[in-house]
Design a binder for this molecule. Structure first.
Ligand code: NAG
Ligand code: NAG
Length: 260
C-alpha cells in the first residue's frame, strides 16, 4: 500500500480538525458570573406556614409540587425538613445571612425525590444511591425550570451537593453553609428531642406547630418508631442496590436486624 506523503495527508487532516469541533461541541453555554450573588432575601416574596416565614418564588412553589407528585409518601417529611431548616435559620442570624433561601428550600423539598422503594419509578436508578438519584432529578428539575434555567451553575451545584450529602455529616458539615444547612434541615427531623440529639434553638412550641401542619403519617414500615422506620427504609436499598449501599449508614444495622 502506498503511504500518503505528509503533504497529501494535509487535506484529510484539515477536514478532520475542522470537523471535530462541530462533532464534539456542546450547546453554547450561558455563562453567568460564577460569583453572582443569590437574590437579596428581603426582596423575595414570602408566605407563612406554621408561623414560619418562608421564601415563596415560582421555583420554590414548583419544587413543592414536584415533591408532592413524585414522592407523595415523603411529602410531609420533606416539608417538615424545610421548616426545621427555616427555624434553624430563624435562630441563627449568622447562618441565615450565609444561606441562599431558594437553594435551601429546593434542596430540602427535593432531597427524597428518588427515595421510592420502586425500581420502575422515573427517578430511581438500579445502581446509584438514592441521594444521588434525587440530586440528579433535582438538578434536572432546576435546569428545566423557567427561572432555574437562569441559575448560575454554582447554585445548582449547591442543591446537588446538599441532596447528595444530606445523610453524610462526615462530609456535609465541612461544605458550604447552603450544603450543611440542607443537611441540618433533614438531621433535625431525626435528632430533635432524642437523647443526645440537636435542637438548634428550636423551641417546643415551634416544633409542635410544624408537627401539626405536617403530621408524621409517613413513618414507614411496621416499626416501633421513626428510627426503626429509618432502618427499614435503608434496608430496601441494601437488598436491591447493594453495590451502592453497603457501607452506607444504617445498612449494617439493617443487615444485623435480618431485614434483607
Ligand atoms: C450559626 O451558624 C454558624 C455558621 O454559619 C455556625 O458557625 C455557628 O456555630 C452557628 N451557631 C449556633 C448556635 O448553632
Ligand atoms: C412504581 O413506579 C411505576 C412508574 O411510575 C408505577 O407505574 C408503579 O405503580 C409503581 N409501583 C408501586 C408499587 O408503587
Amino acid at each position: 500500500m502506498q503511504l500518503l506523503s505528509p503533504l497529501s495527508a494535509l487535506p484529510l487532516l484539515l477536514t478532520l480538525t475542522s470537523l471535530s469541533p462541530l462533532t464534539t461541541a456542546s450547546p453554547a453555554p450561558r455563562a453567568p458570573p460564577p460569583n453572582l450573588p443569590p437574590p437579596n432575601p428581603s426582596s423575595l416574596p414570602h408566605r407563612t406556614l406554621a408561623g414560619i416565614r418562608l421564601v415563596d418564588t415560582p421555583i420554590v412553589r414548583d419544587a413543592e409540587a414536584l415533591a408532592k407528585q413524585y414522592s407523595p409518601g415523603s411529602y410531609n417529611h420533606v416539608m417538615r425538613c424545610w421548616l426545621w431548616g427555616a427555624l434553624q435559620l430563624r435562630h441563627n442570624a449568622t447562618l441565615a445571612a450565609q444561606v441562599d433561601l431558594e437553594v435551601h428550600a429546593v434542596g430540602l423539598m427535593l432531597h427524597d425525590l428518588a427515595s421510592a422503594h420502586n425500581l420502575s419509578h422515573p427517578f430511581v436508578s438500579a445502581d446509584r444511591r438514592f441521594e444521588v438519584d434525587s440530586a440528579i432529578a433535582a438538578a434536572n428539575f432546576i435546569r428545566g425550570h423557567r427561572d432555574g434555567g437562569e441559575w448560575p451553575d454554582w447554585r445548582v451545584q449547591r442543591v446537588w451537593d446538599g441532596i447528595a450529602l444530606h445523610a453524610e455529616p462526615k462530609l456535609a458539615l465541612y461544605k458550604e453553609p447552603d450544603v450543611f444547612a440542607i443537611y441540618w434541615g433533614n438531621e433535625l427531623e431525626w435528632s430533635y428531642g432524642r437523647p443526645g440529639g440537636q435542637r438548634m434553638g428550636i423551641t417546643e412550641e415551634e416544633h409542635a406547630a410544624v408537627m401539626e401542619a405536617f403530621p408524621n403519617e409517613d413513618g414507614g414500615g411496621d416499626s416501633d418508631g421513626p428510627s426503626a422506620g429509618l432502618l427499614w427504609f435503608i434496608a430496601w436499598y441494601c437488598k436491591y442496590k447493594p453495590e451502592s449501599t453497603y457501607g452506607v449508614w444504617g445498612c449494617g444495622a439493617g443487615l444485623f436486624a435480618g431485614w434483607t
